[in-house]
Design a protein around this ligand. Structure first.
Ligand SMILES: O=P(O)(O)OC[C@H]1O[C@H](O[C@H]2O[C@H](CO)[C@@H](O)[C@H](O)[C@H]2O)[C@H](O)[C@@H](O)[C@@H]1O
Length: 266
């Protein structure tokens, strides 16, 4: 039996667009991975079908590890929702101020103080970059002169962070130092969609944090809020094995995502 094409898998969404949700991760999905997080951008060839998808489908949202406002800056579309800080923040369509999880917000000063102390001479010399996401601090080593040494130095920081009671999370050449509160893209999605009645939804992601989002779709199905769910992984040279295992299908890089958006419009 030939395996189903992406068009076949998207058919339940295309059959009922106004009762379907299109949920997209940002970095590595809509925006190609680049060395400097500030340089990330979404190509115009992806932006065009995304605008049309936002017009046609009932719910369209970006679900990112970045601050919600930062995700919106990159995608630059005001008519859709943004779930930031891995689902802990929501920026609703047309609004300016994001709603942030209060428990998470209460940790901001403690996380920033730890990150300030940890980001010392050694990490600066290795050219590791610190990204301040308020209640989450991220240390990036992509493109540093010695990525191996940088990662080793960051591993020490991770040990200290755990010992100090924070939670650490490894992503694509990035360590996140997080408060010990639940941070989960799946919970964010369930929060956004818990009162809807959706025929179908697709989630597209490229990293381990997106597995929670896959599980969020399953939770909505269990609660009777969602019919058909499609989990799409985006392949790269950094694909975590668990993503391939849990995805219903894989597409090739950000070009594959652009093609998926186009296929939603056929
Ligand atoms: O959930 P996402 O939208 O995929 O966000 C995950 C992280 O994305 C960013 O870091 C990643 O992309 C950078 C730009 O391409 C790249 O330089 C870095 O190596 C990647 O880890 C962002 O900076 C993080 O805050 C997000 O958590």
């Amino acid at each position: 039996m030939p395996s189903a094409t992406i068009e076949d898998l998207l058919q339940p969404l295309r059959d009922a667009p106004e009762r379907s949700a299109v949920l997209l991760d940002v970095d590595g999905v809509l925006a190609p991975i680049v060395e400097q997080p500030d340089d990330a951008h979404m190509p115009e060839t992806t932006r065009r079908p995304l605008i049309e998808v936002a017009r046609r489908y009932g719910v369209v949202a970006c679900v990112s590890g970045r601050r919600a406002s930062d995700a919106r800056r990159i995608v630059s579309l005001g008519s859709i929702a943004y779930l930031g800080s891995h689902g802990s923040e929501v920026l609703r369509p047309g609004t300016i101020a994001p709603e942030m999880d209060r428990e998470l917000q209460a940790w901001t000063r403690r996380v920033q103080a730890f990150a300030h102390d940890a980001y010392g001479e050694k990490l600066r010399r290795l050219r590791v970059r610190l990204e301040d996401k308020e209640a989450i601090a991220a240390l990036h080593w992509r493109g540093t002169p010695d990525e191996e040494d940088s990662r080793a130095a960051i591993e020490e920081v991770a040990e200290n962070a755990e010992a100090a009671g924070f939670v650490t999370h490894w992503g694509r050449k990035v360590l996140e130092i997080r408060p010990p509160v639940r941070i989960d893209k799946g919970a964010g999605i369930v929060g956004l969609l818990h009162s809807t009645d959706l025929a179908a939804a697709v989630y597209v992601g490229d990293d381990v944090t997106d597995l929670d989002a896959f599980r969020g779709l399953a939770e909505l199905q269990e609660r009777g809020r969602l019919g058909y769910a499609l989990r799409v992984g985006v392949r790269s040279d950094e694909t975590p094995p668990a993503l391939e295992e849990e995805a219903d299908t894989m597409v090739e890089g950000t070009d594959g995502v652009r093609d998926l958006l186009r296929a939603l419009l056929i």
